[in-house]
Structure formats: C-alpha cells, structure tokens
Design a protein around this ligand. Structure first.
Ligand code: NOJ
Ligand code: CA
Length: 543
C-alpha cells in the first residue's frame, strides 16, 4: 500500500515555489563546500590554498554549482581544523592573504559563482589576543569576554566538552575557563556587548570585500544559561543533535537576537545570506533560527544522519519540508560534510555504497531548496583510512583513540590520474594528510571523460536541475511504498518524479513518462513501466 505523507504545501500553506530572482538566489542555490586545506595546493607546501582554489574555479563553474562555502581561512591555532580562530579579519598565511581572497571573489563573480565564508562566533582560539590578555590579567576588559570562574576544587558545573572530557580547563593561575569544544577553543561570553560589536565589524570587513554571506558555526551556542547551572541530563554520545538534557548549554532564547542583528547587517548588502549550523534534536527548534528576520537558512542534517532505510529517508525529507516550510525558509539539504564519514562508506562501501550515493544524490538534487555538496562527494570518494599517527582531529586524540575522528573525510582531492593525483605541483612536499595510494582512480581528469562516472552523474543532474524548475524549485510531495521512496516535484509547467529504490530487489515503477536521468545504466523502460534495480533512483517527467 502506498503511504502518502503530508506535502509541505498542504501542511503549512507557506511552502510555495519560489521565484528564481537574484535577490533570493539562496533559496535554491547549489552550494559546494570547499575544504580549503584539501582542495588545491598552488605553491607545493602540501596545503590547499586560495590561489589553488582560484585556479580550480572553472571546474566548479563547469560542474554547475551556484556558490561555494569555504571552511575557515583565518589564522588559526590549528587545534580543530581552523575552527580555533586567532584573527577574524585576516587570512592564514598557509592560505594566502586578503588580496588573494578578494581576487577569488572577483574571479568567482565573473563565472557566476558566489563565495560564502565560515564564521565562528561561539569560541576563539586560546591564542586570540583577547584570551591572551585575559590570561595575563584576570581584571582586564577582555577577561569578561570569556567564561572564567575562580579557582576551586571542582569545575563550576557538570558540562562536558563535545570532543570529550569536562568543558572546563584551568588557566596557569588556577582559574577555570569554559570550552564546549577543545581546551584551545575558549567559549566567548556573548553577554558582554564588546563581543557582539566585534563580530559586527568582522561581518562588515568581509562583506565589504564582496563575499555573499556566511556559514555560521555552532549557531545554537553563543549564549549559555545566565547562572551556568548544571545540565539536567548527561551529554548525548553523538556529536550533534542536542535535546533538553543539555538545556543549559545550548539554544538559549537570547541567541535569536544575534541572528536578527546579523540579518540586519546582511540586509545592508545586496544578495547576501546566512546559513546556520544548528544541531538540535528538535527540527522545529532548528527552523526557528531561519525565521524571516533571522538567518536565511539553517542546515537540515536529517539525511546526513539517516541510515539507508526508506522510512528514515522519507522522514528526513518530510520533517525538514514541514519544519522549514512553517517559517517560510528553504530547506538546506546535506548528505556530506567535513564532520561526517563520506556517503559511499556510510551507505555500505564499495559498489553498493557507491550505487546508493549515486541514488541519494538524485534524491537530494530533486528536492526544493538549497543542496550543499561536500567537495569530493561528486567524485564518490570513500572515507579514507588515515593512519593513527597522521591523524589531527582532536576528537581522535581526546578520546584516547576510541573515536575514529574526522580526518578520513578531509583528505586532499585527487585531480589528475597521473603526477601523484595533482593536488600539489610536481616536486611538492607531502600533502598535509596522506592521500590513499589508489586514489588516482577517483581523479577528476578521468571521471570528466567517463560518461558513467559519479562526476558525470552530478554534472548532468545539476544541468537538468537548472533546466527544469520543478527540480529544486517545485513543491514536493513525498510518498513511500514498501522500500520505494517517491517525491513528486511539481513546478509551474511540469511534474518530475524522483523514485528511489532502497530495497534489495528490482521494482517496477508504473509510468508512461520519460526518464530524464537514472543513477544506473541498469534501469529498463518498457511500455508503461520502468524497472528500477535496488539502490538506484530515476527522474521521470510525466507526459
Ligand atoms: C562545527 C564544525 O563543523 C566542526 O568542524 C567544528 O569542530 C565545531 N563546529 C567546533 O567549531
Ligand atoms: Ca599551498
């Protein structure tokens, strides 16, 4: 029996097909996430940089994305992949300088691509000038911009770091300071107005340089319970997705005023946007961060966290459509990022994992809203095995090796099937994370010429998505029937059906329509039906 889930339009009345105007380009934009350190190395030091990225912009334009989000490019203490920032209004010398960033933005614009930066307002690096001043003088103005507590036997409360261990560490003079992530990432105290004022200046600094907005790290953090009271429950074992058990640490009501303030700043600059990382278990709470006067989007991580299961995927799609539809915001779909194992491996690895990742890509690119593609997913990269001694992720080191860490999804891109995969120029230093020996098989150079490659599938899908507004800008109706998930994407002129077979047997899809795109060549059409093998998806236009 087919089960029809509520469509976003029916349930909320707010989720109507948006116009593709420049002003709200972000509603349907395909955003490509560049892990800068691993994208392209221009000067042979084994580290990806802005000039390298700039040289690869034609690739992103050829691929067919609309914007790129760059992981943190700032001078950093290097304790957490750049998320421990020392200077918010500069570029880390590893990556270039501010002029390189400006040149990147200019070149990208010429190719019709927008550049979104990462900004990290919840915490700084412990090497940031403010924290250094606060260490030297507990009475200085900068000290009140962090959470310090006087020396005592026990830490001030029961809060835990997301990376393992207590969320409090001691300064050399015995005070406690709060860090919800690594000890090298002290949390800022947003109740001090100097903090907000400084971030205003940071936003303007980059907006004045032509960037199109920001991805906001830990946007559900910033404010903490005013009394820093104990959390009622223990810390959840997953990295993201907090609920009431962590009520004192996250999602304080005051944080929404920050997003209203940032929205007002962005509104002074044409066509800019904010997308927030909001890792709360309740998607309705996440959506509140994207009310019309707050951030334009907040990530929907449901598909990223769903196992290969039809109910999980259907719920991942429907719950996001409902939650974001209820505030009039587009859904930002995520299947991969720098914090999670690569899709191919998550979905089972090898041929099966690859087939599923191909099918999942067609699902995501059919849905209304803004999909985020993580660099390398378009190549079907698996999670790389990084030897323990080469690992850098604090999650691995702070858990004493118990948690694998995130290095395996951060390994440099393979560009050419020759010359050591072409991440760096000839004769370069070793890449900053080791690239597996057989990765030339995923190289862009070969995949671009191969009609059956993952890269070709993404490129075709993106071209079709641009040509058929029903895809990406339509109204979606989600149904399940056994192991088959169907999304009817209805635009002004046509309906495109995305059918995904998540089961283990071939299914017959009744249709007299035309197959626009299939994730596998093994799809067979005959009069009135389409045979869809397991772990595959099709886009069908209804005649
Ligand atoms: C979320 C980022 O995506 C992750 O990489 C980082 O470790 C934490 N925020 C802390 O900044
Ligand atoms: Ca470099």
């Amino acid at each position: 029996m087919a089960r029809r889930l509520t469509s976003a339009r029916t349930s909320t009345g707010l989720h109507s097909a948006p116009e593709r105007s420049t002003a709200d380009w972000w509603r349907t934009a395909v955003v490509y996430q560049v892990y800068l350190r691993s994208f392209a190395d221009s000067n042979g030091d084994g580290i990806g940089d802005l000039a390298g990225l700039r040289s690869r912009l034609p690739y992103l334009s050829w691929l067919g994305v609309d914007a790129l989000w760059i992981n943190p490019h700032y001078p950093s203490g290097g304790a957490d992949g750049g998320y421990d920032i020392v200077d918010y209004r500069a570029v880390d010398p590893d990556y270039g300088d501010v002029a390189d960033l400006e040149a990147l933005v200019t070149d990208a614009r010429r190719l019709g691509l927008r550049v979104i930066l990462d900004v990290v307002p919840n915490h700084t690096s412990d090497r940031h000038a403010w924290f250094q001043a606060a260490l030297a003088d507990p009475e200085c103005a900068e000290a009140s911009r962090y959470h310090f507590a006087p020396p005592s036997e026990e830490p001030p409360n029961n809060w835990r770091s997301l990376f393992g261990g207590p969320a409090w560490s001691r300064t050399p003079d015995g005070r406690w300071y709060l860090h919800l992530f690594a000890p090298e990432q002290p949390d800022l105290n947003w109740r001090d107005p100097a903090v907000a004022a400084d971030f205003d200046a940071t936003l303007r600094f980059w907006l004045d340089r032509g960037v199109s907005g920001f991805r906001v790290d830990v946007a559900y953090g910033l404010f903490k319970d005013a009394g820093l009271r104990d959390n009622p429950g223990s810390y959840s074992p997953t990295l993201f997705g907090h609920g009431p058990e962590q009520a004192m640490t996250w999602n304080q009501p005051e944080v929404h005023d920050v997003w209203r303030r940032w929205r007002a700043i962005c509104d002074e600059y044409p066509d800019t946007m904010l997308v927030g990382e909001v890792c709360l278990a309740d998607l309705a709470e996440v959506a509140l961060y994207s009310r019309p006067d707050e951030m334009h989007q907040s990530f929907s991580f449901r598909l990223l966290k769903s196992r290969w299961d039809v109910e999980a995927f259907a719920d991942g799609v429907q719950s996001a459509l409902d939650a974001f539809g209820s505030v009039g915001a587009p859904v930002s779909w995520v299947l991969g990022n720098h914090d999670k194992d690569r899709q191919v491996s998550r979905f089972g690895g090898g041929a099966v994992g690859t087939a599923r990742a191909r099918a999942a890509a067609l699902l995501m690119l059919s849905l209304p809203g803004s999909p985020y593609l993580y660099a390398g997913d378009e190549l079907g990269l698996p999670q790389a095995v990084v030897p323990d001694e080469a690992k850098l992720d604090p999650i691995f080191w702070r858990s004493g090796g118990e948690r694998t860490g995130r290095d395996g999804c951060r390994v440099p891109m393979p560009w050419n099937a020759e010359d050591g995969v072409g991440f760096s120029p000839d004769g370069a230093a070793d890449p900053w994370l080791p690239i597996p020996a057989d990765w030339e098989r995923y190289a862009v150079s070969d995949q671009a010429r191969d009609g059956g490659s993952m890269l070709t599938l993404y490129r075709r899908a993106l071209a079709l998505r641009a040509a058929h507004p029903a895809l990406g800008s339509g109204d979606a109706t989600v149904t399940t029937d056994g192991d088959v998930l169907t999304v009817h994407c209805t635009g002004d002129d046509e309906t495109v059906r995305c059918v995904l077979n998540m089961g283990s047997g071939t299914v017959l899809v009744r249709s007299s329509g035309t197959v626009l795109l299939a994730s596998t060549t093994r799809v067979r059409s005959s009069a009135g039906s389409i045979a869809l093998p397991p772990n595959s998806a099709v886009w069908i236009t209804e005649d």
